[in-house]
Design a protein around this ligand. Sequence first.
Ligand SMILES: Cc1cc2nc3c(=O)[nH]c(=O)nc-3n(C[C@H](O)[C@H](O)[C@H](O)COP(=O)(O)OP(=O)(O)OC[C@H]3O[C@@H](n4cnc5c(N)ncnc54)[C@H](O)[C@@H]3O)c2cc1C
Length: 468
Amino acid sequence: MKPSIVNELAQVVGEKFVSTREDVLHTYASSASMAKNPVRPGAVVRPSDADEIAALLKIANKHQIPVTIRSGGTSLQGEVIPKPDGLVIELMRLNGIQLFEDLRSVRVGAGVTYGELDKFLSKHGLWLPISPESALGCTVAGNVAVNGAGPGSSLFGCTGEMVLGLEIVLPNSEKIQTGSEANPYAPGPFLRYAFGPDITGLFIGSLGSLGVITSVSMKVFKRMEFFDYNMYGFDSYQQAEKFLMELKDNDVNAVFTSLYEGPVLEFFMEMMGDEYGIPPMEWPYRTVSMTIGRVREDMLKSDAKLARNLCEQTGGRVIGIEQFPKNEWEGRFWTFVRACYVHGWHWRTLYHHQTPTNSHRSVEEITKVMDKYGFLGHTAGFVTGHASTNMYPHLYFDPVDPEDEAKIVEAHDELASTLFKTGAVPFKLAPFWKGRMEGTEKYMEFLSQLKRAIDPNNIMNPGVLGGI
Ligand SMILES: Cc1cc2nc3c(=O)[nH]c(=O)nc-3n(C[C@H](O)[C@H](O)[C@H](O)COP(=O)(O)OP(=O)(O)OC[C@H]3O[C@@H](n4cnc5c(N)ncnc54)[C@H](O)[C@@H]3O)c2cc1C
């Protein structure tokens, strides 16, 4: 990046918070998306507030520099990889947590991680009930920007469901507030759907392509203290999927319900079972791992009993191992993703949502591409609210073998198309969905028009939102 532009940036954030050092650029060239090639930006800036961000966007517009907004850098689908010689605006200095206890809400700066927020809320007996497994490194705003999901989603839905309002710096450097807080006299965040259409929603899942979220206002709830952890085995996918639907229909308070194939569990438990304290066993064809949570013990006992009955009524059996769901729920990071990092594996992922009775289609499709291309992979899923299941296929490859990696890229592309045709929808509209979503042409054109209207110079993370 030209030194004169770097100078302009420094005048906004101060010399200390702009860098063109080789080692810094190298760090910001990549993210947790291990299967994406690094791209070296031209400069990295670390503003402290919305006003500085507004001034930085003016400079970027003036010089037509592509901007990548970066928070924790934990995204897995290449969303935060910069553009060559572009500008990375890192938001981790935007801290601050403001609790509105009477309104059951909290407002946090864009740099606040789930870990920090949870530590704060736990002192008040509260929580934000959904948090991704990357909770210690990922920011709340970053997860809103991708509309993520994770433990807690099985009851509360995707992250977007928790959002009451956003403060946003638009690409033209104007600052807006959405939700009830748009009223400067409002006592705090208490309603998202005020002031006409859901402008908040426009920015949820926007992947830094429409503006910069500088603070998020989220719902908080009384912290659950009582949990039941169990695993349930089934001999067919129909039984397992029926069980998941019965749990919903009977209002069992399952905060995290995951669905695994037998061979996948066998494989991973061989690596990690000892550490979890899980005895070696032959895992059933399908296993549901579930954490039920309640604020009252009597309610928990009743739900746990009901879940066991429903399992048996749908033809399953209660496995009775609690360590696995307990680690999933409490450990967050200590699950499969970690196993891959620990063992140095590389993978491409292809997050998507299926309906409750369609998750087996994802397993079938990944099995087909694994057979065709000859690689190791798997998919598992978790319930994400009212009627969806988040599936996350992992396609493993050897990072030092370019042919192996090329094969995975091809298989990944093919899988995106075939999964879409099973009725699946993207979870995070990452760039690889481009051209893979037959029948959405008009919708994508509309999205593209919106992007052009809001960001006429196309500086904000161009190409990231399904190719837009
Ligand atoms: C071990 C591991 C486990 C994971 N588990 C989960 C999981 O359970 N659920 C889940 O949803 N994800 C999961 N992820 C993926 C990742 O944590 C999420 O995508 C997360 O939301 C990214 O947040 P971040 O702060 O790291 O954002 P970044 O990676 O920095 O950015 C992500 C995207 O959002 C944009 N962005 C970030 N902040 C803002 C902002 N303030 N305003 C506008 N745009 C912004 C960026 O431009 C980029 O497009 C996991 C990742 C890892 C490494």
